[in-house]
Design a protein around this ligand. Structure first.
Ligand SMILES: [Zn+2]
Length: 257
């Protein structure tokens, strides 16, 4: 194709794998003559009759031929080559488990010739590798025994113990960090277990639990436990969704005393 031939009304289609030229458009815009033969396609200047471009048929498509190519190899348009390399880079990025583009360049230097690494962007990486901002840790407020009790439920365990239990519920006193663990056959037993724990504290320590801190587990939000907490004047603190840090005492610092 003649390098002086200017194509007008070019549309950019992101990620298209090849460049397409409309024959009717090029004839109108460049005022040239197009001739189709069994050998291919030719564009001629109408005044001089000089051939300004030609194309060879490959698999039913006419591919433009380079003007300078002596062996008449079908030329891949430059833009097509670039797109193909970018597609390959992204393909290897996905295949290898989303490594950094710097590392990909180390593995495939040929694909990155004349490429700016910063121009590559993977949406999956952007979303998956985002860092969350640091969660501010609350200053510990000294309390007194059983003014605040943390609770969480773990399970189900893949292996049932002999009694048939596969869950356990923990109660941690915020002041002393003493931990009680009860085994459960079903999560729904949580409300009754808390009642038993409350009675235990009343009897043994002659005091009342003032607040219960849990996550948003449904087992803590049933009518049985809700009514019991109201009756005893116990405040229920529930952490926000997806913020285990707010329930950090039972999440990360379980110690059995
Ligand atoms: Zn990625």
């Amino acid at each position: 194709m003649s390098p002086s031939l200017t194509l007008l009304n070019v549309l950019h289609v992101p990620k298209i794998s090849c460049n397409l030229i409309s024959v009717s458009r090029i004839i109108h815009d460049c005022k040239c003559i197009a001739t189709i033969t069994f050998a291919g396609f030719e564009f001629q200047d109408p005044c001089s009759g000089k051939m300004i471009g030609n194309a060879k048929e490959v698999d039913g498509l006419y591919h433009l031929v380079s003007e300078n190519s002596s062996d008449e190899q079908v030329q891949k348009p430059r833009c097509l080559t670039t797109l193909s390399c970018e597609n390959d880079i992204m393909l290897w990025h996905y295949r290898l488990g989303h490594p950094s583009f710097n590392y990909l360049k180390y593995l495939f230097p040929n694909l990155f010739k004349n490429k700016d690494i910063s121009s590559f962007c993977c949406e999956v990486c952007e979303l998956a590798k985002h860092h969350r901002s640091v969660y501010p840790s609350l200053k510990y407020m000294p309390s007194k025994p059983f003014s605040l009790v943390h609770s969480d439920i773990w399970g189900p365990s893949r292996v049932k113990i002999a009694s048939g239990s596969k869950w356990f519920i923990t109660f941690i006193d915020d002041y002393t960090r003493v931990t009680w663990i009860y085994l459960l056959k079903e999560k729904s037993e949580a409300a009754n277990v808390f009642k038993n724990f409350h009675s235990l504290i009343n009897t043994r320590f002659h005091t009342n639990i003032q607040a219960l801190r849990t996550d948003n587990g449904r087992e803590y939000f049933n009518a049985i436990l809700g009514d019991f907490l109201k009756e005893k004047g116990i405040i229920h603190h529930a952490s926000c969704v997806d913020t285990p840090q707010q329930n950090g005492v039972v999440r990360g610092k379980i110690g059995i005393y």
